[in-house]
Ligand binder design. Structure first.
Ligand SMILES: [Zn+2]
Length: 121
């Protein structure tokens, strides 16, 4: 069987953030009502166990590079720059002064921010 390497259109796979992965998993589980076993069979999650998916959906940040590449997460979560939020999530800050993860403190510019009072302190 000669499977020719199909010349795929080079769509650069965008790197996903863990939050996006988590949201999708939770959506599949809660909204679509899929079992974790079933989710693990879906194309984007091939190679992951249901248990892993549960952990990731709960906020676990996988360290295994293989898992990270399946989920297209950025590499090197333990590298310089990774920080721990007070909530326990590890995140890579997009700015030097970011101290909270993207869940606790969603980045600006995300659509639908009706929160107008930026008055602090
Ligand atoms: Zn947090």
């Amino acid at each position: 069987m000669s499977t020719k390497a199909e010349p795929r259109t080079q769509t650069a796979q965008p790197v996903q953030s863990l939050d996006i992965v988590r949201e999708r998993l939770n959506h599949l589980h809660r909204v679509d009502g899929l079992h974790w076993r079933e989710i693990a069979l879906l194309e984007p999650y091939r190679g992951l166990t249901p248990g892993m998916l549960v952990n990731i959906a709960k906020g676990h940040n996988p360290k295994d590079p293989r898992i990270r590449s399946i989920l297209r997460l950025p590499e090197g979560i333990d590298g310089p720059g990774a920080r721990d939020c007070a909530c326990g999530r590890t995140f890579i800050p997009n700015a030097w002064n970011r101290v909270h993860c993207y869940v606790c403190s969603p980045p600006r510019g995300s659509a639908g921010t009706s929160n107008r009072d930026g008055a602090k302190g």
